[in-house]
Design a protein around this ligand. Structure first.
Ligand code: DGJ
Length: 513
């Protein structure tokens, strides 16, 4: 079997190939501590994921548990998780919780935490030390590199035949909180030197960081410092086992200043620096808890950055965003966070404390799971059944998917060859999916329509003077890309096309007169 890889398909779309076939991660990321005990995972985690129609789980690998004693690696948790995933027929994306997790160094082994002389922390301008080891601490980066490389070697030895592990996230939500940059001695020295060649090439300027980037210098400097550290780690790991690697970003969001979100993390504004300094990474994935998820997807899916969403809100709107992510944005991965919660009774769920939500700048409604399980499971199933058609039509003008982007986004107008489609979104209602439509033009007159919380009407092209009516309208289901028709809707049932809270599909043939 070939190693999992991300490469462009025949239409030029960056695609994850697993066992030489395109693989779309209908994923969920588990809670931070859920992979730290195999008995817990066996009893509580895996059963909770059954029935969601996922094909992939995103799970942490903890440096603090792999190298409790310096230099002695213990991979038993990794082995157990891979074994369990295989039993569940699930692929794994591993999160390397190494030097940095949510802008802190909370997952470094105890021996490293206790030696803050050797493994020095980043500092604020007033000398206050952060609980974040500086990316300029070469000794710490080297230890992380060694551990990560040993991990990748181990995964290769265990998994190169089966390809259960398909992608690796290197570190987690990197950056510095509470300061625009590191002011430690090492950082001061580096910051006052001329920018390195790679930055001169990206910016087209030379000089000191401040001369090149002005007021943005602090964040740009941190982006470079973190990207270099991650490149050292990722490149060495990939030399052992060349799995696709990416980094994730805590979004740049209100109140917008670097340090209110982790300064130096791979947000869109600094991705050119990350791309140049960390060429081993194939993507920078957004962690999306804000209410305007579709805008974030639009911003993070670009020619240079395939959309890989390792974390997204898990309220019912996630189902709509999943359709949009794959259908319109060619996502490689879509993954609500804390996915195992979806098995719980919403009223029994321990809501994360407000202080945690505030500290993480997370919209609390993002964690409301009312109605999420049914909608997400149905959409993941639909995506699976659509896959053969999706592969046929993605990247062409015959597939268009829209989702309600914001409060004042009421409708979408989708142009096809012989007809235009108007999609009217229903109102945004708590614990319900957002309006969204997934349209495939099968031939000039025939469309497959799927959606939620919206209605669709059809228009002849302007200037033709034609009217449009339905030749045939069928309810039905898809199975591996084949249409199984249900009722043929005519007479009293020949109504406008409306989609409710759960995803459904219709086949429609139109004519003009
Ligand atoms: C984003 C982080 O990347 C996750 O590990 C987790 O801490 C969530 N925030 C919040 O629960």
């Amino acid at each position: 079997m070939s190693i999992p890889t991300v490469r462009r398909d025949e239409r030029g779309i960056p695609t994850l190939y697993v066992n030489d076939r395109p693989f779309f991660c209908r994923a969920g990321e588990i809670h931070n501590s859920s992979a730290s005990d195999l008995s817990f995972a066996g009893e509580k985690l895996w059963p909770a994921l059954r029935g969601l129609n996922m094909n992939c789980v995103i799970a942490p690998v903890y440096w603090e548990l792999i190298e409790e004693t310096e230099g002695a690696y213990d991979f038993s948790l990794v082995d157990g998780l891979i074994r369990q995933a295989r039993e569940e027929q699930m692929k794994l994306v591993f999160l390397w919780f190494g030097l940095w997790k949510n802008a802190e160094s909370m997952y470094v082994p105890g021996w490293m935490k206790l030696d803050s002389e050797t493994y020095f922390r980043a500092e604020k301008v007033n000398g206050e030390k952060l609980n974040t080891i500086s990316p300029l601490c070469a000794a710490a980066v080297e230890k992380d590199r060694m551990a990560f490389t040993a991990l990748m070697r181990h995964i290769r030895e265990l998994d190169a035949q089966e390809n259960t592990v398909i992608t690796i996230q290197v570190e987690n939500e990197i950056g510095l909180l509470g300061t625009d940059r590191d002011y430690s001695r090492a950082a001061q020295e580096s910051f006052s030197s001329p920018v390195p060649d790679v930055i001169a090439a990206v910016s087209g300027k030379s000089g000191t960081w401040t001369e090149v980037y002005g007021e943005d210098a602090g964040e740009r400097f941190m982006a470079w410092a973190f990207a270099c550290a991650v490149e050292t780690i990722a490149a060495s790991g990939k030399a052992e086992y060349d799995l696709p690697c990416y980094a994730n970003a805590w979004l740049r969001q209100s109140p917008w200043y670097p340090g209110s979100y982790p300064s130096g993390g791979p947000v869109t504004e600094v991705q050119p620096i990350w791309r140049a300094a960390a060429p081993s990474l194939f993507a920078f994935g957004p962690d999306v808890y804000v209410p305007y998820c579709a805008d974030v997807m639009d911003a993070y899916a670009s020619e240079q950055n395939p959309l890989f969403i390792p974390e997204i809100r898990k309220d019912a709107v996630a189902a709509s965003y999943a359709l949009y992510a794959f259908g319109e944005k060619n996502a490689i991965c879509f993954s609500p966070f804390g996915i195992e919660d979806l098995a719980l009774d919403p009223s029994q769920l321990d809501r994360p404390p407000m202080e945690l939500m505030a500290a993480l700048n997370i919209d609390p409604s993002a964690f409301d799971i009312t109605g999420s399980r049914e909608c997400l499971a149905a959409v993941y199933d639909l995506l699976q059944q659509l896959e053969p058609l999706y592969l046929q039509y993605r990247g062409t003008d015959h597939l268009k998917v829209c989702v309600r982007h914001g409060e004042y986004d009421y409708s979408a107008f989708l142009r096809f060859r012989s007809y235009d489609l108007a999609v009217s979104y229903g109102p945004r209602v708590t614990a319900k999916p957002l309006g969204c439509a997934y349209v495939i033009e099968l031939n000039d007159n025939r469309f497959l329509l799927a959606g939620m919380n919206c209605s669709i009407s059809f228009h002849a092209k302007p200037g033709t003077g034609h009217k449009v009516d339905v030749l045939r309208l069928e309810e039905g289901t898809l199975q591996s890309g084949s249409w199984n028709r249900g009722r043929v809707l005519n007479g009293d049932e020949k109504m406008p096309i409306r989609f409710g809270d759960m995803p459904s599909v219709v086949m429609i043939e139109l004519f003009r007169f």
